[in-house]
Design a protein around this ligand. Structure first.
Ligand code: GN1
Ligand code: MG
Length: 358
């Protein structure tokens, strides 16, 4: 039995803890995240449909902290008038708890399924990019008055570039599965560009920027669009909401939306950053975030995209060198190379990025 098949069985078994009045007709795998195992639980009455997730406690050892953050953020967004369909809705178990353990001890949570939506792994055009960026900017604006000090930090140093480069140096030094020789060139390139970008962030005062409630995994495919209207509807994947600088969210958005190639594209000639796409993202984001950004945040916003592309490259390569223990599926070496290629282009384009954000 595959992991997903056995998880599907557990999903059917835990569903009644969250939705006691009926049993799901079936569960179907949902999404392409690297971390959790996710299902759509389908009910005869579709208003009851759930998203059920078996959570990865290796990545998130403190699930209570994660759930507390999600409850705080979704509660705040709802009070701000995010609308029923526009904000993720946690579904508690019948005893009020947000987590349920299955018979193997794995933790599960539930969200209300938002019907009639789609997401984009690759953005089809500049208009969709602008709309997505506007939605993420509005998300940041809506969270501007939520105290980041009230949130837990489930993954310390999540977007700490020098710590991520340190992990890569360590993985290269240990060379635990003997892969270093094949990837020396990209490893050196990632460490070199990482130090350069880190220097720019330090000179720009990144560590003194305001801490905000940020998403921290602001990929464009973490935004659901309404299938009927085409409008952005709901930001998902709130596991990593934590205090942090706004640059990381803008950066992650651009990393995933300003290049049409897949994250792990093998043909590096297809990993091309699009300047017009960047301008659409910059326009949309600035319009959506409105007056919330400080001048120092706005001045350094350009550095978020090369930072995030390079940081992901470092994480993928460190994982490849360590035997693919964190990002367990797919080709981490290919991902590292493609994200390095993108980081190089975003770094080369830095003057254009700066002027598009003025
Ligand atoms: C992970 O599983 P997913 O796709 O939501 C990772 C992100 C990486 C991303 C790279 C908690 O996110 O930081 O950018 O993979 N999330 C965590 O694809 O490590
Ligand atoms: Mg995620």
């Amino acid at each position: 039995m595959s992991d997903v098949t056995s998880a599907a069985g557990q999903a059917l078994a835990v569903a009644p803890h969250f939705e006691a009045s009926a049993a799901p007709l079936r569960v179907e795998p949902l999404g392409r995240g690297h971390i959790h195992v996710t299902f759509h639980a389908i009910y005869a009455d579709s208003d009851r449909d759930l998203v059920l997730q078996q959570l990865n406690e290796h990545v998130f050892p403190d699930l209570e902290a994660v759930m507390g953050n999600i409850a705080a953020v979704t509660g705040h967004l709802r009070r701000r008038g995010g609308g029923v369909r526009g904000t993720l809705e946690l579904v508690a178990a019948t005893g009020g708890e947000l987590l349920v353990r299955d018979s193997m001890g794995a933790a599960w949570r539930a969200f209300r399924f938002v019907a009639g939506t789609r997401s984009y792994d690759a953005v089809p055009n500049d208009d969709v990019a602008r709309a997505a960026a506007h939605a993420f900017g509005s998300f940041a604006a809506a969270l501007a008055d939520l105290d980041p000090g009230g949130l837990a930090v489930p993954i310390p140093h999540f977007h700490d570039l020098s710590a991520r480069l340190g992990q890569l140096r360590e993985a290269a030094g240990t060379n635990s599965v003997g892969r270093l020789e094949e990837v020396t060139a990209e490893c050196d390139a990632i460490l070199g560009l990482g130090d350069t970008i880190g220097g720019a962030l330090a000179r720009g005062g990144a560590s003194r920027l305001p801490r905000r409630v940020v998403h921290n995994d602001c990929k464009v495919n973490n935004l659901l669009f309404d299938e009927a209207t085409g409008e952005p509807l709901c930001v998902v994947d709130l596991d990593t909401v934590m205090p942090g600088p706004v640059l990381v969210d803008f950066g992650e958005l651009v990393r995933t939306a300003a290049c049409d190639a897949a994250e792990g594209e093998l043909d590096l000639s297809r990993v091309v950053y699009s300047p017009s796409r960047f301008e659409a993202l910059a326009d949309g984001y600035l319009a959506g975030v409105g007056p919330v950004l400080t001048p120092s945040e706005r001045t350094l916003l350009w550095a978020g995209p090369p930072w995030m592309a390079l940081e992901n490259a470092a994480r993928f390569l460190a994982d490849h060198l360590g035997g693919d223990r964190y990002f367990r599926a797919g080709d981490n070496r290919a991902r590292a190379r493609a994200q390095l290629r993108l980081a190089e282009q975003l770094w080369e384009a830095r003057d254009a990025l700066r002027s598009a954000l003025r």
